[in-house]
Design a binder for this molecule. Structure first.
Ligand code: SF4
Length: 902
């Protein structure tokens, strides 16, 4: 029997422990019951990890100018290109753009190479896009980038405030941990502050749907309120902080009464007063925040406005209390530790401090050290566009999809003299533009460490060999460094050796001045490193428990935060606010989770979620294709009116790339405004509009084999368990649909059976292709989006043959039996659809998620879908049906009336 390898999940910042058990062609995946982050739980994405580790689509060999080559040739090409450009234009003419997906050891050598050997600080990371405002806020307040809370504090808190965080979908295991505490201890209060009514609100006692961008006003108002109520911890403020008076003055001057704050924030005064009272009377408060706070042109001020409230009340550095920034990526925190941001130095040292720079240079024995901050992500790509940066190495990230104003990022790379991309995936929007492609090892093939949101360092361990020529990222960076003539600093043979250097640097001349100190791990043997158990830094204490902060005088600083409006206001041309973010079952740009057919079923198509009245004003209905447009770009998506978005706002998932949809990279629509301090982009506030996407026909193809997409103005692709699904829409009308369909589905099918139905009077065409009675493909076209049920049709591909009734029902476009359609997948773990759940709730009179779990297993594994099951139960109890207010259409998109294709 194969033994399990203890490793960590490569997705979100919860950092769950995973037991991976290789077994022939498959990998068994389970939660690690001994890992402190998850105690055996995994969410839907983590549970599906085994489905994403195959070699299909992998980059297997180095390439130079699209031609496969050997490693030495590729590495020399990179080194020669960088050397030439540095020689001609200086060190700041080159850049690295790396990723929170890298392991700490990869990150460490990349940062060392750029800052200590090349001599520029032009290394930035995609973590800039998700938590750099928290980093800047921590440094301003604490003197160091330290998260002063751990997951255990959530279990001790009496009030948890979730701000700008759809924790239920984006950090599901942590959310389930909160839900479990609430179940054990109903007195725990949960407040959600979010413009959207997301599934996270399901277990909240209070939801504040504030106006996008009004967070600073909300927390300034709270600071003022706390002061007026006499909630200050005067002894704590006197002994451990500075700047309280000034911050309070600014808060008083800019906020006003509860009613005035409520007016600006767009919430009811009673609700706001309830929140303020709750905060005021609850000593143990954790304020947990993520991208809704950070991704803003005033993100750093938002962070500090939250921290100010905790400093004023002394609710920090104590059990069950503190501000808690949770990171989006598995190793965003590790990247911060090694100085992977253009604005920081390794080991939490300060790039702006000459003594710190000298310390690092001396420790590294490096020929030089970057003297000034480098360019942050958005500025870096602007510099590439302006040809000030002439060579860029992109490692483990897909900026052509994920950056704001992403079409400009693509244009920048098209203009760049040398684009090097190291990645494990062969075809992405970014690898398409590379001059040199370097095949990197993927999750399951790499060894090293990651640090999660609560500062817990865990081992990521390899359990399979990298395929082809793929190599770990640390090795690739070291080999290029050697070819640049820096062999002495990069002679590492293992990640263990890199980790030891990283740990020792953190302890150098530290003496308690920096909380980040891994000195105790600096002499681990190889065996000890291999066996390293999860360890939270600071290693022997909780941060700030002694009231000493990392500023030179040991005090925490209040930061005055005057509210600022988002950079770009809505107007009559762009009247809605576009907000982007994650959905439950996808990760980043879908290069990995998109490979899991199971995960793709929850939301198979790109969608935009808009308030029903805004949709009506724009002349569009739920279920239709719409065009979303901003000043920076446009995209096509299916319209959803779930009720989650308020008037004047819209939400679009961030994930779709050009491999999964023809025109749905939402990054190309996002404005490029950034926070002036952190450089974090304003992903949550771009003025936008929606309009009908006018086409002559819409349709879809389900097929066992890949289908070349022809003549479609818009398309999306979804892998499924039994067949591929292609959603199509077009403007060109063909006189002979049958001929067109046969051409598209393949020329080699003449001996297969083709059955079809056509009604030219209403423009409907349906066809199915069978081979020896088995369904091979089917195609449906109509002028309207009222197309047959995809989930029901997909289920027919599981049958060995179609009987006569099945064939007739395919051509009729509806199941012969009622209840044959499972509906859009709600529970990914057990593939339970909304139709199945709804029918069970109705027929068996189920009233709780537990009862649904007992009957259908739905929600009994990872629990990520529990809030959706609860919503279905509530809808059934209130008499709503699939054709009414929150129907789930079979494409996985929730629609308001009229329900489409369900
Ligand atoms: S919550 Fe899910 S995605 Fe995040 S680390 Fe855990 S299993 Fe992975």
């Amino acid at each position: 029997m194969n033994s399990s390898v203890r490793t960590t999940c490569p997705y979100c910042g919860v950092g769950c422990g995973v037991l991976a058990t290789p077994g022939g062609a498959s990998i068994g995946i389970a939660g690690d019951p001994l890992h402190p982050a998850n105690a055996g739980r995994l969410c839907s994405k983590g549970s599906a990890l085994g489905e994403t580790v195959g070699h299909e689509g992998r980059l297997l060999a180095p390439q130079v100018l699209k031609k496969t080559t050997d490693w030495d040739t590729a590495l020399c090409t990179v080194a020669e290109g960088f050397r030439r450009i540095i020689g001609q234009h200086g060190a700041d003419a080159v850049a690295f753009y790396v990723s929170g997906q890298l392991l700490t050891e990869d990150y460490y050598v990349a940062n060392k190479l750029m800052k200590g050997y090349i001599g520029s600080a032009n290394i930035d990371t995609n973590s800039r896009l998700c938590m750099s405002s928290a980093v800047a806020g921590h440094i301003r307040a604490f003197g160091e980038d330290v998260v002063p809370v751990s997951y255990a504090d959530l279990e001790l808190a009496d009030l948890i405030v979730l701000v700008g965080s759809n924790t239920a979908w984006c950090h599901p295991v942590l959310y389930q941990r909160i839900v479990a505490v609430k179940a054990r201890r109903p007195a725990l209060k949960i407040v959600v502050v979010d413009p959207r009514c997301t599934p996270t609100g399901a277990s909240a006692d209070l939801h504040l749907p504030i106006q996008a961008g009004s967070d600073v006003m909300l927390f300034n108002g709270l600071l003022s309120f706390l002061s007026a109520r006499g909630c200050e911890d005067r002894e704590f403020i006197r002994a451990h902080t500075e700047g309280a008076a000034r911050a309070l003055d600014v808060a008083h001057d800019t906020s006003g009464s509860v009613a005035e704050v409520a007016g600006v924030c767009g919430v009811s005064p009673d609700t706001l007063a309830e929140f303020y009272e709750l905060f005021a009377r609850t000593p143990r408060v954790v304020t947990l925040f993520s991208q809704g706070v950070n991704q803003s042109s005033c993100g750093t001020d938002k962070v500090n406005s939250i921290i100010n409230c905790h400093l004023l009340t002394g609710r920090i550095g104590r059990p069950g209390a503190g501000p808690f920034s949770i990171t989006g990526q598995p190793n965003a925190m590790g990247g911060r530790e090694v100085g992977g941001l253009a604005t920081s130095l390794a080991a939490h040292l300060d790039l702006g401090n000459a003594e710190h720079r000298a310390l690092v240079q001396e420790f590294w024995q490096s020929p030089r050290i970057a003297a000034a901050p480098g360019l942050k992500a958005v500025d870096m790509f602007e510099a590439i566009h302006g040809r000030r940066i002439k060579a860029v190495w992109i490692a483990g990230t897909n900026p052509v999809v994920s950056l704001p104003n992403a079409n400009r990022a693509r244009a920048a790379l098209e203009r760049c003299e040398l684009v090097v991309v190291s990645d494990c995936v062969a075809e992405t929007d970014t690898t398409a533009l590379a001059h040199v492609l370097l095949p990197a090892a993927a999750w399951g093939e790499k060894d090293g460490t990651v640090t999660n949101s609560e500062r817990c360092i865990s081992r990521q361990r390899a359990f399979v060999q990298p395929p082809g020529e793929a190599r770990p990222d640390w090795w690739i960076f070291c080999e290029v460094a050697k070819r640049l003539g820096f062999g002495s600093g990069f002679s590492f043979r293992t990640p263990h050796e890199i980790f030891l250097e990283h740990a020792r640097l953190s302890a150098t001349r530290n003496q308690g001045s920096r909380a980040f100190d891994l000195g105790a791990l600096g002499s681990l043997t190889s065996a000890e490193y291999d066996a390293l158990e999860p360890a939270r830094w600071p290693l022997e204490r909780e941060p700030f428990r002694d009231g000493r902060y990392s500023h030179p005088n040991g005090r925490a600083r209040f930061v005055p935060t005057a509210p600022r409006a988002p950079m770009h206001a809505t107007d009559s041309e762009y009247p809605l606010v576009l907000n982007t973010g994650r959905i439950r079952d996808q990760w980043h740009t879908m290069t990995r989770t998109g490979r899991s057919a199971r995960l793709m079923q929850h939301a198979p198509e790109p969608y935009v979620d808009v308030h029903a009245q805004d949709a009506q004003l724009a002349g569009v209905c739920a279920g239709e294709l719409v065009q979303v447009t901003t000043r920076w770009g446009s995209m096509v998506a299916r319209l959803r009116c779930s009720g989650e978005t308020g008037r004047g706002t819209m939400f679009v998932p961030m994930h779709w790339n050009s491999q999964f949809a023809g025109d749905a990279r939402v990054g190309s629509l996002v404005n490029p405004a950034v926070d002036p301090l952190s450089g974090e982009p304003e992903f949550k506030h771009t003025p936008a509009r929606i309009a009908p996407f006018v086409v002559a026909w819409q349709g879809f193809v389900l097929s066992r084999r890949p289908v070349p997409i022809r003549d479609a103005t818009a398309w999306s692709f979804t892998p499924g368990p039994h067949c591929r699904r292609y959603e199509l829409a077009g403007r060109r009308v063909f006189s002979d649909w049958s001929l067109w369909a046969k051409r598209m589905l393949g020329p080699d099918v003449s001996n297969w059976q083709w059955i079809e139905y056509s009604d030219r009077s209403i423009g409907v065409y349906r066809a199915a292709l069978l081979h020896e009675g088995r369904l091979e493909a089917c195609l449906f076209l109509s002028p309207r989006p009222d197309l047959p049920l995809r989930t029901w049709l997909s289920s027919l591909f599981a049958k060995p043959t179609l009987d006569r009734r099945d064939r007739l029902s395919v051509l009729a476009g509806q199941p012969a039996r009622a209840g044959a359609d499972a509906g859009a997948i709600v529970c990914s773990c057990f593939s339970v659809g909304s139709g199945t759940i709804r029918a069970a709730v109705r027929e068996l009179r189920l009233t709780t998620t537990g009862q649904v779990g007992q009957r259908l297993r739905a929600g009994t594994n990872c629990g990520s879908c529990l809030s959706e099951i609860a919503a279905i139960i509530a809808a059934e109890q209130s008499g709503e049906t699939s054709g009414q207010s929150r129907g789930v259409i079979d494409s996985g998109v929730e629609a308001t009336a009229p329900a489409v294709s369900s």
